[in-house]
Design a protein around this ligand. Sequence first.
Ligand code: AMP
Length: 565
Amino acid sequence: MSVIVLDRGSYTWEDAGKELDWQPGGGINIAHEAVRRHALSDRRDHVAIRCIRQDRSCINLTYAELNTQASRFAVVLRRLGVRDGHTVAVLLGRTPELYIAALGTWMRTAMFCPLYAAFGPEPIRQRLVRGDVQVLVTTTSMFERKVWHMMSALSELQTVLLTDAPSHMAPNVLSLPLLMADADADHVIPRTDPQTPASLHFTSGTTGMPKGAVHVHNAILTHVATARSVLELRDDDVFWCTADPGWVTGTSYGIIAPLVCGVTMVVDEAEFDASRWYGILEEHRVTVWYTAPTAIRRLMRLHIKPRETFDLSALRSVHSVGEPLPADAVRWGMDMLGMPVLDNWWQTETGGIMIANTPSMSVRPGSMGLPVPGVTAAIAEVTNTEARIIETPDVQGQLVLQRNVPSLCTTYLHEDERYKRLFRGIWYITGDIAKRDSDGYFWYVGRGDDIIKTSGHMVGPFEVERVLVEHRAVVEAAVIGMPDPVVGEFVRAYVVLADGVGNSEMIRQDILAEARRRLGPAVAPKEILVVDAIPKTRSGKIMRRLLKARAQGLPEGDTSTIEQG
Ligand code: AMP
């Protein structure tokens, strides 16, 4: 492998393009860049994926093995008649077959659509129908529990491939191991136009039916660029992304970014468990760890001092995405891990990291960081026809990005009109509210639809939540607006108290008083309710819409659409 000297400070997707092979005539294919080219180089015997089983035994797949398996899968798809533009959905946990299926699907230039394995039948049905899915890859157990009974209603679905069935179950429900055993590993990756659809990620935001964001092969430029400039991945890294494969992070940074950089990525089949996680960091000498605020908060809640119990000396950086990362979590990283937890911001539509704190920059705890090289981000006032950029620092407004980002989704499947409404000229409207300080750092305020308008003030729930969780008695907090005839909306907070703290008038008053002191009476909650748990999406985001509906006695809506982030 050639040694690439990187100036990460300004490393943009144009530099990323120079790192890649490309195909004759300017084609680019994710599977070629992430696996095939490594399998054909002296990187072939390097471990690409280390899957840690529930019992902590490991399955290692080298780049050469991964390429062979993915190639076989592509041949299976070809024999089943899967063509360009067809969609292959994968309903699996973090098992080797998931990665093989994703890469094989890209080799076949079909579209890969990951489904969250914990979904029940209804969200699965919705996505299979809305995604026009032709092939579903899953296990026998998930198939029998969640899909079998509705097969007749899924007219597009031609074939189900079972990853663990020893024999075919029905003419259209087939054993993947049998088909793989019979397939040659000689799939030739066709020249792939950079704008060929590669992945379909369903996202719901906070309202409406799930939207199918389509990402193209060209998105890999963002994945490489941010892997270098934000995660600072190097050849000898061991990278661990804890995101569920059902969400976009699980594809962009749980498959594409680490593989394209040729590193070893760790995959844990099991769900969160603090000791297990620290144990994995230690045993596998993880160097770069990409996780989420929910996990960090859970670790913070425990009385484990990780560096006293575990050898974390290999760890070079810890990154977080998905929700706001409060300043105390950044500081906890410094105290407990010996390095700050580095927040970064992006969303399903952007396909990759857009705003970030990086190991090489000076971190402002509580800030999302600076736009990554190549990305132009701004705060704007958005009308029906334009985005008026607000140059004055520290003013709250809509977070917008210039649309020239290679990984920005190219449409919402079957909903191009809805997609077009995301733009005003050159600007993509993210739907988030944020501020930019005078040094260019971005600070998250909230989702546009969660913003509370109280006595003429705009209050971002997260601004209030982050102060509440810094109170010694509070572990988690969620804030919503409640209708009020005088002030429009008043601020209501739900809090989960720390273990051993009793729910009393005194403690609620104490939390309120501190919030008033720190936030001012206009922004502080008027009311605090103590609850056992805060409702969250499967991907860990607070379901404020659900809290609001419950609080106002409104229908809770289609929970399948708010199950994801
Ligand atoms: P999703 O499309 O499900 O990945 O959700 C994207 C949304 O999650 C963003 O629009 C933000 O509202 C929120 N989000 C993601 N990362 C961050 C972050 N670092 N800080 C604050 N909010 C975030």
